[in-house]
Every structure is written in C-alpha cells, then in structure tokens.
Design a protein around this ligand. Structure first.
Ligand code: ZN
Length: 135
C-alpha cells in the first residue's frame, strides 16, 4: 500500500459558503495516476467542515445552510469570547473528514453527489488535506 498526501488552499468569499471541491481531488488523482484506492478528505479547521451532498441543484446546499443557521443562531448567549461559536458547532455537526473510494481513476460518488468544503466563519483562506491510500 502507498500513501500519497496533498494539500490545497481554498478561499471563501462570505461568512457561510459551500464550495464544490471535486475538481481539486480529481486533479490530484490524475496527477498521481491513481487508479484504485481510497481518498480521505480532511479539513484542519475548527470552524469549517466537509460534506457530500447534491451537486445538481445548488438550492440543496443553500437549504442545508439555511436550516443550520436556524438551529445554530450566530448569537445565542455563547460563552466563547471569539464570538464564532456558531461556526464551531456547525463544524462539529458537519464533520472534518470524508472518505471516498477511487475506482477506474475517478472518485466513486453517486450520480448527484459532490464533495463540498463548508465555510462557517469566512471569508478566509483555508486548507484542505487529501490522503490517498493506493493498493
Ligand atoms: Zn472560535
């Protein structure tokens, strides 16, 4: 088994934003000519996350953020002095990593699925770590 690690930067432009990162992962798979394996996507931030959901209708991710903003208000008497507790809570709920199979040189996602970086405390420049396990 071989491990390949990659890192890329991503720039968010608003406080809450979802960014499709399929092409970053696909270009790393191509660059290293990976045919079969497992890709782990890891977001090393406490106020951001990664998730997999629908890519066809952008309103799906918009609705997810709309509901997250309702159940986790930006201000709610939080104790954390930095003032971004809502972003920390969303990060924990959505999660810091995803794992996807690679088959025939491509991410094996469902027809309507994409990998989304989730910004909850932007705008900022963020990092995303990829680790490929290649057999
Ligand atoms: Zn904080």
């Amino acid at each position: 088994m071989i491990l390949i690690r990659k890192e890329f930067s991503i720039k968010s432009h608003s406080r809450v934003e979802v960014i499709n990162i399929d092409h970053y992962i696909a270009s790393s798979i191509q660059e290293h000519q990976i045919n079969e394996g497992i890709c782990t996507v890891f977001v090393p931030h406490t106020t951001a996350a990664v998730t997999i959901n629908e890519n066809a209708d952008p309103d799906v991710m918009r609705d997810i953020n709309m509901e997250l903003n309702k159940i986790i208000p930006f201000a709610d008497g939080y104790h954390h002095v930095e003032g971004n507790s809502a972003a920390h809570i969303k990060s924990t709920l959505v999660g810091a990593s995803e794992q996807i199979f690679i088959e025939d040189g491509r991410l094996k996602l469902g027809t309507w699925q994409s990998v989304f970086f989730c910004e909850f405390d932007g705008p900022r420049t963020r990092k995303v770590w990829l680790q490929f396990m290649v057999s």
